[in-house]
Design a protein around this ligand. Structure first.
Ligand code: SAH
Length: 343
């Protein structure tokens, strides 16, 4: 069955016209869908017969909340949602002074195999539809009662491995008749799928691209990120240069600090060399412990030294604030725990 929330307004118009409905219905239905109703019966200003026809013809997705954990430290909320087929994904709501931000998952599991990441342990189960990604935003907003102003695609999954659905999700969430969230309020994080970065550059969307770099040399990066064997560091950074030239948007590089793996002064110096000519911002992330992984976080002092080395050479570098550290903050952990419980 077709997922109705995945349709954009003009597609919905075509479908409803085919069902013999007047022109104004599409906007009415679209508005309901983007308000996060759980059933067609909640669309109270539609004729009952139309509600029934819609229910017979379309799947209306609405995830069930399996768990909700709220941080006592900073109010961060982490949700575990169950999708219509029983699979689960995580969404995190973070409250920053610049607005309420949701971090959404784009896939159930992940195929990328990064050595430090909990999301990838069981591999990729399936990709999310555009409507399911939208649901994460809609139902987080509905549960929290907080208006969502920013979105980051940094949860479970590799967004550029689910490119078409992600682009459609961006269109939906950006639409004036929907949530109307501006592209400049959206960040997308990728492990470095070069052809898709180039494709995204052509689309000239004004979103913020984050690239998970995590090491400046191929030897280290290939060890911790298998994707590097396909698209090595220099190729990735060339794609980033193209992205910047085409879109004018500064790229943000994520760098998880892993003890004795990528945190030496030599690594910082090589990183500086590689980033030359790129208008970059580096975000150092203290590694989150993942039970299954032997990798450990760098010492605080090592992180600060690394940051200083970059800043001295004029590269903007921040250390990511840890939010929700009391509620399994790093992505994939809640889903993983839930899986283990049910195994
Ligand atoms: N697949 C995308 C987005 C999901 S992960 C990507 O790779 O960018 C979001 C960020 O969290 C990525 O930078 C990822 O490398 C990082 N990450 C994953 N596991 C982590 C951990 N245990 N500690 C710190 N950062 C981690």
């Amino acid at each position: 069955m077709n997922e109705i929330k995945t349709l954009n307004l003009s597609e919905l118009k075509t479908e409803l016209t085919a069902l013999g409905q007047p022109g104004f219905r599409a906007k009415q239905v679209y508005t309901w869908l983007h308000r996060g109703v759980r059933s067609f019966d909640e669309m109270t200003d539609l004729p009952k017969s139309l509600r029934q026809t819609l229910a017979q013809n379309y799947l209306l997705t609405a995830p069930t909340m399996v768990r909700r954990q709220e941080s006592k430290l900073d109010g961060t909320v982490k949700y575990l949602w169950q999708l219509w087929d029983g699979n689960c994904v995580e969404t995190v709501l973070m409250r920053y002074h610049h607005g309420n931000t949701v971090c959404i998952s784009s896939e159930v599991g992940c195929a990328m195999g990064c050595a430090f990441c909990a999301s990838t342990i069981g591999g990729l189960v399936r990709r999310l539809s555009a409507g399911e990604m939208l649901d994460e935003v809609l139902f987080t907003e509905a549960d929290s009662g907080l208006p969502i102003s920013n979105i980051v695609l940094m949860g479970i999954g590799e967004p550029l491995d689910n490119y078409e659905n992600v682009c459609r999700f961006l269109e939906l969430v950006n639409s004036g008749e929907g949530m109307n969230i501006g592209m400049r309020h959206i960040s997308l994080s990728t492990c470095g799928i070069v052809p898709r970065i180039l494709e995204l550059a052509e689309s000239k969307l004004q979103l913020t691209l984050s690239v998970s770099l995590h090491a400046p040399d191929d030897e280290t990066r290939s060890k911790i990120m298998p994707v590097n064997r396909r698209w090595p560091v220099d190729e990735l950074l060339d794609a980033c240069r193209t992205y910047y030239e085409k879109t004018g948007r500064r790229i943000s590089f994520e760098y998880a600090m892993i003890r004795d793996v990528n945190d030496s002064p030599e690594a910082a110096r090589l990183l500086l060399k590689k980033l030359r000519g790129l208008s970059a911002h580096v975000n150092l992330i203290p590694l989150n412990n993942v039970e299954e992984s032997p990798l450990k976080p760098s010492e605080r002092g090592t992180v600060l030294r690394f940051q200083r080395l970059l800043e001295e050479q004029g590269v903007a570098c921040t250390v990511r604030r840890t939010l929700g550290s009391d509620i399994d903050a790093s992505c994939g952990q809640l889903r993983r725990k839930n899986q283990q419980k049910t195994l």
